[in-house]
Design a protein around this ligand. Structure first.
Ligand SMILES: Cc1cc2nc3c(=O)[nH]c(=O)nc-3n(C[C@H](O)[C@H](O)[C@H](O)COP(=O)(O)OP(=O)(O)OC[C@H]3O[C@@H](n4cnc5c(N)ncnc54)[C@H](O)[C@@H]3O)c2cc1C
Length: 544
């Protein structure tokens, strides 16, 4: 029988991350935890799932669904509905740990093809039943939650294929429910070998449709661009009909329809296909470089100068702040080693020093030229070159660090991330203010890094860890999270760079987009989904 834990745990059931001795030492040091705090398991979620709310759909409605999608593709069992009730935010995990699933979908439907989706939307529109698209459910914004119940439309079971690769145009047409590894494998193995260039940390358990719907960014986005730079066209089924945008390399035909639909988070329609750019895969040419800076300011200056240097961009491009750098040294058992003492002797002391990683991909001469220029820029800003080693280490755990959240939350620690995009001018003040806010909470870790950089600014990604107030978990977390988002907004950051808005970040939307902007978004919603059946309940702040 499925437990709440089976639902919230991250990723491959065979992969269980444990808190090793370095982590335990660090938690004791930073959070004042004792042996008992570390050994006591808290809210493990090991009870079997049971839903209080039963499926409220009528027998005739369910029969119609079965007629459309087939009996095997319509599920109303508790475990299926519970598994489609939430994404993977800290709020979702806390609720599952507490056994709270107040608004599960009434049914889960796995459409076999676009035709099924057209019919399902017609039926649901007629019956005023909510439909929430569901990909890898790695949303961390309440994106797949179903406050009005209805149908969770899971695209991963059947609609998960590469339809066509076009080597002439360097593009591929793909179904939305494909997971990252399957997509990348198919492209790597096709013809001369290609890559999609999109590797979010959730890569293993998120889908192309979810990336497009939530405006995702991959770890190499500084080179490849975010998903909105990768999509050439898409096909969307809406209650008002099917939209197929064209894969023109560029056009001057009014506002860009792709950019209106990308990021619509399932509120305008269901993405059933997308044509994306693909690039020749040349891993043999990839170069990795890393540097240590004496302080965050020097690292930031270098990043900005690289992005504005007009010599081409790196692909993976990351700068970790002093606390994250300090913690990564400690977690790798590097603290106080001979090498560490040598670094300190050279003036790269902790706290202060910052780690800077970059990869460059593509043709050899292009790669060499960019690497040369990055090195030159870094040297100007008093850095120490560390070679490829730290980047290789980062690559090894690029997806697996996501698995650490479960064991951390198991010992009663809120473990969450928030991210923003901000101009270079405002970045230092925002970083400082958010850190100050988080550090005001007694016993907290606040790590931050930049992982996506632009000519005009960058993202900032904050990870915070702190003991939760036991017995008041949800309120404690929500209040703390709200304070961080308010601080981001006050310091001129966006409320998301790549996680999207979902239902959780919607309260800040109107203020940032302003009423005319929201008016445009609401008019599109009204036109495409007049019955408000698609991902309703506050997504994107479109409707309550
Ligand atoms: C550990 C972890 C690491 C993460 N790292 C990153 C990262 O590095 N970069 C990043 O961008 N994000 C990251 N995320 C967030 C998340 O992975 C992204 O938002 C991702 O784009 C969601 O994809 P998904 O397939 O899981 O979509 P889901 O979570 O299933 O859905 C997300 C939204 O898209 C809608 N949707 C899904 N499929 C469709 C469709 N076919 N048509 C219309 N709407 C649809 C849903 O209704 C929902 O609103 C991370 C999340 C976790 C838990």
């Amino acid at each position: 029988m499925k437990t709440y834990r089976d639902i919230f745990r991250w990723g491959d059931p065979a992969h269980d991350e444990v808190l090793d001795t370095h982590i335990i030492k660090l938690l004791k040091e930073y959070l004042n935890l004792g042996e008992q705090d570390i050994s006591e398991k808290y809210l493990t979620g090991s009870d079997p799932v049971q839903l209080k709310k039963k499926c409220r759909l009528s027998a005739s409605f369910l029969n119609s669904l079965i007629k459309i999608a087939g009996e095997k593709n319509v599920a109303i069992e508790d475990t299926e509905r519970a598994s489609h009730a939430y994404g993977k935010s800290c709020h979702d995990i806390l609720r599952l740990k507490l056994g709270i699933i107040n608004n599960p979908p009434d049914a889960v439907v796995y459409p076999r093809n676009e035709n099924d989706i057209v019919k399902i939307l017609q039926l649901c529109r007629k019956n005023k039943t909510a439909v929430t698209p569901f990909g890898g459910h790695s949303s961390v914004t309440g994106g797949v939650e179903t406050p009005r119940g209805g149908i969770s439309l899971d695209l991963t079971r059947h609609m998960n294929k590469v339809i066509e690769v076009n080597e002439t145009n360097s593009s591929a047409t793909i179904q939305p429910g494909i997971y990252g590894p399957a997509l990348e494998k198919d492209l790597n193995e096709y013809g001369k070998g290609y890559t999609c260039g999109h590797f979010p940390q959730s890569f293993e358990y998120s889908t192309l449709g979810g990336w497009i719907a939530a405006r995702s960014a991959g770890q190499a986005s500084t080179g490849y661009g975010k998903i909105e730079d990768i999509v050439l066209s898409l096909r969307m089924v809406t209650p008002s009909g099917i939209i197929q945008t064209k894969a023109f390399p560029r056009a001057a035909m009014g506002p860009d329809l792709n950019q209106i639909l990308i990021g619509s988070e399932g509120t305008y329609g269901i993405i059933t296909e997308a044509c994306i750019k693909i690039r020749k895969n040349m891993p043999e040419n990839t170069r990795m470089i890393s540097f240590l800076f004496k302080d965050f300011e020097s690292g930031l200056k270098t990043m900005k100068e690289v992005m504005q240097g007009r010599f081409g961009f790196p692909f993976v491009f990351r700068l970790t702040d002093p606390e994250e750098t300090d913690i990564s040294f400690k977690l790798k058992g590097m603290n106080n080693t001979l090498a560490d003492r040598f670094l300190k002797m050279l003036g790269y002391k902790s706290p202060g020093r910052c780690l800077f990683l970059a990869t460059v991909e593509g043709d050899k001469s292009y790669v060499n030229s960019i690497v040369k220029n990055i090195k030159k820029t870094a040297a100007k800003n008093r850095s120490l070159g560390l070679g490829a080693g730290p980047v290789r280490k980062w690559f090894k755990q690029r997806y697996s660090s996501a698995y650490l959240r479960d064991p951390l939350m198991d010992i009663g620690l809120i473990t969450d991330t928030l991210e923003t995009a901000v101009t270079w001018e405002n970045l230092p003040a925002l970083w400082y203010a958010v850190r100050e806010y988080i550090k005001k909470r007694p016993d907290s870790i606040c790590m931050s890094h930049i992982s996506h950089a632009y000519e005009n600014g960058a993202n900032l990604y904050f990870t915070f860890i702190s003991p939760v107030k036991k017995g008041k978990e949800i309120n404690d977390y929500k209040k703390f999270q709200k304070g961080i988002i308010d601080t981001i907004v006050k310091n001129k950051g966006s409320i998301s760079h790549h996680h999207g808005i979902g239902k959780d970040f919607a309260p800040w939307m109107e203020n940032l987009i302003e009423p005319p902007g929201m008016g445009i978004m609401r008019s599109v919603k009204e036109y495409l989904d007049p019955g408000d059946i698609l991902n309703p309940g506050g997504t994107l702040g479109l409707k309550k």
